[in-house]
Design a protein around this ligand. Structure first.
Ligand code: UDP
Ligand code: MN
Length: 292
């Protein structure tokens, strides 16, 4: 009877737990068609690992219509953000600091106030397992940057949309700029007590594993690498810059820079999803276009 009771209770508990939560979202950003490739693979990887939150992609006017249609097949919401059209204070911050263009665009995620909490993921990240537990964390949670671990990396973070925070961030951008010219410097100087205030806000490195820096501590990678949950292809060579051989299921090394063995396996996983799930979507849309 005990087993029977357990068998009865567990599925119900599990069911309640995996009910979709509609006031929380995973959010990414693509300002052009190239970065859309990354967003699509990321969105698909979240779906394959049964994300229970809404999937949102922010796009800018440069993103073409066909790609918006494809994005809308993977994401629940495709939201256009336009720096120039937005509220006056955004416009002002932008005029004063035109160098912060993409940075200010990323900050738009704070305006998604229909959501109570969100997880932002760069378009060059790939999800390797379910990461819904990130919603147990509070703003501002992020993982250490491999290059300077007292700073967080802004490729994966937990935040709480708020127009007030958004305008404070823009004010900070206008007043102080960004020490690295991008969102990471700005966010680190805004959430400046991240490294000391609350250990709960330090996400484990497995939630933002930089694929190209793991070689610097190989034994740790050997020990912990298999538990990676999000891989981040940060730096200049993005997965979409590689060539892929669908027959062998692996990326071609030549001409695309040296990739270490760990990186290659993640690249192959990225390309596997792209080839299996995203390219067919693109074909599908193209054919529909042709017949209408
Ligand atoms: N991004 C974009 N278009 C660009 C550059 C960046 O949409 O031309 C977005 C995209 O979501 C990207 C994020 O901003 O993942 C941060 O840029 P990137 O990942 O290239 O920086 P890194 O992680 O390599 O420092
Ligand atoms: Mn990135």
């Amino acid at each position: 009877p005990r087993l029977g009771a357990l068998g009865h209770v567990v599925p119900i508990a599990r069911c309640a737990h995996t009910m979709p939560v509609s006031d929380q979202a995973f959010v990414t950003l693509a300002t052009n068609d190239v970065y859309c490739q990354g967003a699509l693979v990321l969105g698909q990887s979240l779906r394959e690992h049964r994300a229970t939150r809404r999937l949102v992609v922010l796009v800018t006017p440069q993103v073409s219509n066909p790609l918006r249609v494809i994005l809308s097949r993977v994401f629940d919401e495709v939201i256009e953000v336009n720096l120039i059209d937005s509220a006056d204070y955004v416009h002002l911050a932008f005029l004063k600091r035109p160098d912060l263009g993409i940075t200010l665009t990323k900050l738009h995620c704070w305006t998604l106030t229909r959501y109570s909490k969100c997880v932002f993921l760069d378009a060059d990240t790939l999800v390797l397992s379910n990461i819904d537990e990130l919603f147990d964390r509070r703003e501002f949670s992020a993982a250490p940057d491999p290059g300077w671990p007292d700073c967080f990396n802004s490729g994966v973070f937990v935040f709480q949309p708020s127009l007030e925070t958004h305008s404070l961030l823009l004010q900070h951008a206008t007043d102080h700029g960004s020490f690295d010219g991008a969102d990471q410097g700005l966010l680190n100087s805004f959430f400046s007590n991240w490294s000391t205030a609350d250990i709960q806000k330090h996400l484990p490195f497995i939630y933002n594993l930089s694929s190209n820096t793991t070689y610097t501590y190989s034994p740790a990678f050997k020990q912990f690498g298999s538990s990676a949950k999000v891989v981040h292809f940060l730096g200049s060579s993005k997965p979409w810059n590689y060539k892929y051989n669908p027959q062998t299921g692996s990326v071609l090394e030549e001409g695309s820079g040296r990739a270490n063995q760990h990186q290659t396996s993640f690249l192959n996983q990225w390309w596997g999803i792209y080839h299996r799930s995203i390219l067919p979507l693109c074909e599908d849309i193209r054919n529909k276009d042709h017949h209408s």
